[in-house]
Design a protein around this ligand. Structure first.
Ligand SMILES: *Cc1c(COP(=O)(O)O)cnc(C)c1O
Length: 381
């Protein structure tokens, strides 16, 4: 709630928005103290030397239990700066499991253009990680839970393997949120968020975050500054506003998603539900060891064709048909029509992304209302 906040001279209940691009000094000597890093201070917003940006970064660091945080104009900006700062031409990244489409494109299509290559291992190939790590591997990257199959990865075990090979572990914690999981506590070196999702929480801002040790963030801050990827102060202020209610929102979303997942798991038209709260065996051990709540995201496979699935989706009243996630309003997508549209059908099949899969982002509506809506859409009169 209060990390990074202090009362201003006017007594404003939380820090005001400094929308300013530049800041003035009493003297040249004072300016040089800030420019040369002897004193903290405000200077120029694109550098991040702005009180509103500093305040939200203190909140982000606190949320993940990290030493420092950098705020970005988007989740992809955070990823791109991290990859560019911590690898160079000729070096290598390993990406585990299913990842966000933009991440897949950045690693698979953009970075190879500058000689940074990525090996992608599917969830069922993760045991091959040790033999995939080379002396040129700098980063092991993954999401847990992943999109859209909600696969969970063992952060402690994977980061130990990466560390042994001299690589950093970077975890995208967007789906879990810092309320349910803190990857840094389990051995990850850096945590990334698309703050556009749960941290923003109201589908009205685009932002990103990177959290970790100061020495690992410093090279990323330079790329952020010179690629011009800074969060806007207006967005930083809105993000801080949203983070104040994050735990309350996420706990409600955890509870409602668990109720929806249980309803779908027993429905005759549903053949499979992917939800961290419903897993058994080794996956359950991983969930219990690293998650405090199961999250607001779930996916399900219908016993139906892609067209019949679309008809079910189209009959829903409360769920909006939209990509993205993490807002107060419930959303639904068929991954084949949005997030995984570009993936070839064979690759989708290997990854367990069925044509009849639906992905739900649970909002703050009443659980019984959402279940009733799903019931009528699955069983039209
Ligand atoms: C949306 C998303 C991103 C990209 O974030 P933007 O804010 O859209 O740039 C990265 N990772 C995950 C898991 C996401 O859901």
């Amino acid at each position: 709630m209060h990390a990074g906040e202090s009362r201003d001279a006017e007594g404003a209940i939380h820090p005001p928005l400094y929308a300013h691009s530049t800041f003035a000094f009493a003297s040249t000597a004072d300016l040089l103290d800030v420019v040369e890093g002897r004193k903290p201070g405000n200077l120029y917003t694109r550098y991040g030397l702005n009180p509103t940006i500093r305040a939200v970064e203190a909140k982000l660091a606190d949320l993940e239990g990290g030493e420092q945080a950098l705020a970005f104009s988007s989740g992809m900006a955070a990823e791109a700066a991290t990859f560019l700062a911590h690898t160079r031409t000729g070096e290598h990244i390993v990406c585990l499991g299913d990842v966000y489409g933009g991440t897949f494109e950045l690693l698979g299509a953009n970075l190879p253009r500058v000689g940074i290559t990525t090996t992608f291992l599917r969830a069922d190939e993760v045991a091959r990680l040790p033999e995939t790590l080379t002396d040129r591997t700098r980063i092991v990257f993954f999401e847990t839970p992943s999109n859209p199959t909600l696969e969970v990865f063992d952060i402690a075990a994977l980061s130990a393997k990466a560390r042994a090979a001299g690589a950093l572990t970077v975890v995208d914690n967007t789906f879990a949120t810092p309320v349910n999981q803190n990857p840094l506590r389990h051995g990850a070196d850096l945590v990334i968020h698309s703050a556009t999702k749960y941290l923003g929480g109201h589908s009205d801002l685009t932002a990103g975050a990177l959290i970790g040790r100061a020495d690992l963030l410093a090279p990323v801050a330079m790329w952020r500054k010179n690629l011009g990827q800074m969060i806007a102060p207006e967005t930083a202020s809105l993000l801080a506003r949203s983070i104040r209610s994050l735990p309350v929102r996420v706990r409600a979303q955890n509870a409602t998603a668990a109720a929806v997942a249980s309803f779908l798991a027993t429905h005759p038209r549903i053949s499979r539900v992917h939800y961290p709260g419903l897993v058994t065996g080794t996956a359950k051990q991983i969930v219990d060891a690293q998650m405090r709540g199961s999250g607001g995201m779930l996916s399900a496979v219908l016993d139906a064709t892609a067209e019949q699935t679309a008809a079910v989706v189209d009959r829903l009243h409360l769920f909006a048909i939209a990509p993205s996630l993490g807002g107060v309003e419930s959303l639904i997508t068929q991954p084949i029509t949005t997030t995984h549209h570009g993936l070839d059908p064979d690759e989708r099949a290997k990854r367990g992304i069925a044509d009849s899969m639906i992905r739900l982002s649970i909002g703050l509506e009443d659980a019984d209302d959402l279940i009733a809506d799903l019931a009528q859409a699955l069983d039209p009169a």
